[in-house]
Design a binder for this molecule. Structure first.
Ligand code: SAH
Ligand code: SF4
Ligand code: F3S
Length: 476
């Protein structure tokens, strides 16, 4: 765990009043009982949410809370939610339903829910009606106000639920504290929100319109991260290619990449996600020109059928997409390509699906994240009348998965015998005698080695390959 405070915090400062009040209260509690108050955050969804949770952790720790090992132990339980597919929502409701008893046994326990689901009125209404043991509700635009909301809740006599969800886009808030999961790699938000309104997607409704952080704030944050020992950064945005569109002076995403490349200490730069319609020649050239930019690109295609792409409002055709892939492959032949694909979008015919399979075979993705289409209330696609039956969706999904996995396994075989530069991230999930890390192409690599190597970049010779990972031995 590494903590970092961004210097010159501007907008978080008005919360520091509440941070101090709660901290004083928690310090008093510790003096009386010898115990520290604690919190536990459960995070669903994408890297944006993970990063928001890192900020929430930072705020919690500034207020004097420590991280708890379990929900039973925690004084504050936070659920940071995702609304992108129905199963994420179901899991959330299942989880908070199960906390009813815990709250009954210990009414002082505080249960907070935040994140993308809270931006939907129906969800908040349902929580207020059926999950009355939830104490605090806030959204994606006012996370930084957590100290004030918590203080409002704590100071009430009758402990009513405090709910504060903003419909307008929040300002870009600088200066939030953050507790990062890793000491050697870090997410860095470069922009918030999305303007694309793909017809299946809830994100523009939960995260608002596109807002870019100022280059100087981003650079300052990365310089600080580098000084604290971070070697790899991943720049985050729903569509990083439109970074800077709201600036008066021209400053594009490739320009930002160029400035970040100059920062000493940072050795690897990644980004996600970029929208295929906005991939520019300048961006492709960045992979050639910038040493630190890793040779991997996540370029969600969603479908290989033109009529489905049009109904999805993706603003590119299959041909446009393939042309861009060709341009990338011709300039960066060894680039690792990954994608997202939705199966069973309304109106998808067997032929549409075949077009997707065919595109997957043509591009030969290193990895593809495949999703069953999930209707999201409030989106255009949810009210389209030609929804695909569940069994058809599932059958296509399995067929796609088989194709995607077969290609992934084949692409990984090409690594056999090669020496790869691995940033060691930790112990392997399945075996604590084995270290795991990633090469520049973001491939997961496992090898035997000492824990002291975590956070370092080492050379590993690949000795065996699987669909989703590579095995190897460390070499000099
Ligand atoms: N901004 C990113 C994606 C964010 S959501 C982008 O445009 O690439 C991550 C992925 O979830 C999407 O790429 C899409 O494949 C999937 N997804 C989004 N909405 C979905 C839905 N309603 N049903 C199924 N999958 C969905
Ligand atoms: Fe959703 Fe499309 Fe925006 Fe990505 S670009 S977040 S898929 S609306
Ligand atoms: Fe991310 Fe889920 Fe929100 S994918 S932006 S946490 S809806």
């Amino acid at each position: 765990m590494n903590r970092i405070n961004i210097l010159d915090s501007q907008n978080f400062t008005n919360q520091e009043y509440y941070v101090d009040l709660i901290k004083a209260e928690n310090d008093r509690f510790e003096t009386l009982t010898g115990k520290k108050k604690s919190y536990l955050i459960t995070t669903f969804g994408c890297q944006m949410n993970e990063h928001d949770s890192e900020n929430l952790s930072g705020i919690m720790q500034d207020m004097g809370y420590i991280e708890a090992d379990s929900q039973e132990e925690a004084d504050i339980i936070v659920y940071n939610t995702c609304a992108v597919r129905e199963n994420a929502e179901d899991r959330f409701f299942g989880n908070i339903g199960a906390l009813k008893n815990l709250k009954k046994q210990n009414p002082d326990k505080i249960l907070a829910t935040c994140g993308c689901m809270m931006q939907q009125d129906e969800v908040v209404d349902e929580i207020l009606a059926k999950y009355r043991h939830v104490d605090l509700i806030f959204g994606t635009h006012n996370i930084y106000k957590f100290p004030e909301l918590l203080y409002t809740y704590i100071s009430q006599e009758d402990k009513k639920t405090v709910s504060d969800v903003w419909k307008i886009d929040g300002d870009v808030i600088e200066g939030l504290p953050s507790i990062r999961r890793y000491d050697f790699k870090s997410f860095v938000n470069i922009m918030y929100g999305c303007n694309n309104f793909c017809t299946y997607c809830i994100v523009p409704y939960t995260r608002g319109r596109e807002r870019s952080r100022l280059p100087k704030d981003i650079i300052k944050e990365i310089e600080l991260l580098a000084k604290s020992g971070v070697k790899e950064i991943t720049l985050l945005g729903q569509n990083v290619n439109s970074y800077g569109n709201n600036f008066e002076e021209k400053y594009t995403f490739p320009m930002l990449l160029k400035d970040i490349d100059k920062i000493d200490g940072i050795q690897r730069v990644r980004f996600m996600t970029s929208h295929p319609k906005d991939i520019s020649i300048e961006l492709i050239d960045s992979f050639v020109e910038l040493n630190k930019l890793c040779e991997s690109l996540h370029l969600p295609v969603q479908s290989g059928s033109n009529s489905i792409l049009q109904k999805m409002n993706r603003n590119y055709t299959r041909q446009d997409y393939l042309k861009k892939i060709e341009a990338i492959k011709s300039k960066v032949p060894d680039i690792a390509l990954t994608t997202d694909i939705i199966v069973g979008f309304p109106g998808e015919t067997d032929q549409d699906f075949k077009d997707t399979l065919d595109l997957v075979k043509q591009v030969e993705y290193d990895l593809a994240f495949t999703f069953l289409y999930s209707p999201r209330p409030g989106t255009k696609a949810a009210v389209m009348t030609d929804q695909v039956p569940e069994e058809v969706k599932k059958e296509r999904f399995n067929q796609l998965l088989e194709t995607v996995n077969e290609i992934a396994a084949r692409k990984n075989k090409a690594y056999l015998g090669k020496i790869e530069e691995v940033l060691v991230e930790g112990l392997s999930k399945n075996n604590d005698q084995i270290l795991s890390g990633r090469n520049r192409k973001n491939k997961l690599i496992n090898f035997a080695g000492d824990k002291s190597k975590i956070g370092q970049i080492v050379n590993v010779k690949i000795t065996a390959t699987k669909s989703f990972s590579l095995d190897g031995v460390e070499v000099d």
